[in-house]
Design a binder for this molecule. Sequence first.
Ligand code: SIN
Ligand code: CO
Length: 380
Amino acid sequence: MKIGLLGGLSPRNFLRDYWQKKPLLVRGAVPGFQGLLTPGDLMDLACREDAQSRLIAQKNGKWQVRHGPFTLRSFSRLPKTQWALLVQDVNHFLPAARDLLLKFNFIPHSRLDDLMVSYAPSEGGVGPHFDSYDVFLLQGMGRRVWQISAQRDKQLVEGASIKILREFRAEQEWVLEPGDMLYLPPGYAHNGVAQDNCMTYSIGFRAPSYQELATQFLVYLQDHVEIKGMYGDPGIALQANPGRISAAMLDQAGAALEKIKWTRADVEHFIGAYLTEPKPHIFFVPPPDPLTEKKFIHQIKENGLQLDLKSRMLYGKKTIFLNGDAYTGGAIARRSLKMLADRLILSTAKHLNDEALALCYQWYLYGYIEIAGQPAGIGA
Ligand code: SIN
Ligand code: CO
């Protein structure tokens, strides 16, 4: 039996040979893994306003999807088999999920999307489909049959409420047991069917489409482009057809638009803010009874500090990005804050200079970071 999260492969070799290229099955990727939460915990999460949940069921061969938040009563009315409950962003609620995600930090944080957890009784699943994300499917409790296919035929069942492949031709099949893991690159067809009460942990890595990037970059440019001057036509020619847009007008407008330019720094600024921007349903809760700056600094020097579970922090050469905002600062402050972005938790803040400490206090007041070791469980 192969050992380790990547089955004895080094992260470097995994990235070279598998990442975005081909599936990898790892038996015993996380030995003894039984999951991070119970089906009941997942149902509780699915009832929360700030969680995104879906219930997918098959009835008379037809797929049905309902979106949360749910009530616990809706789960008691479900049939014994053939349904699945999925909750996104479980890492926002569970400190243990942060530790699990940190095992995957051989992939940059900028690519991480979330930890989705599903629960399905026997025969439950979401049907044969493909995702546009890279995903590591880690089996928690129970057993699940995974079938996969490199098929190019991506036609979907028309009119179905979820994306189901019209024709799925399984090429490989395995039964995953607790701790086993299957990596799938984007676009790889797959179908997971629960053999008994089973939970699957999907560590998903996002990949924005170029169209999405371009659209969002244009939004960024709106606030960052300054083109001087104004349309003018002192030499206008008499037009026989007043309704026509003249060639001279097009030439002038085109020349003005060609002045829209951006630099690599703009791209970095945009991508940092875009990738750390909280999803629309996310909000941060400032501490109800905040410490004074002095007390806060004393505490984080003693106990360390950590990002709130919902925070996303990245950095570029000279800029730190946290939850959609950009911060520049001195090189020394940046160095320690970059460490926070890499590790998510710092065991002490003793090495932070005054500038970094002041920024941390501001972020603490926003609810973006907290003193390490504070209870932040599901019920938080
Ligand atoms: C699931 O956990 O039920 C679905 C995971 C997937 O197919 O992407
Ligand atoms: Co999938």
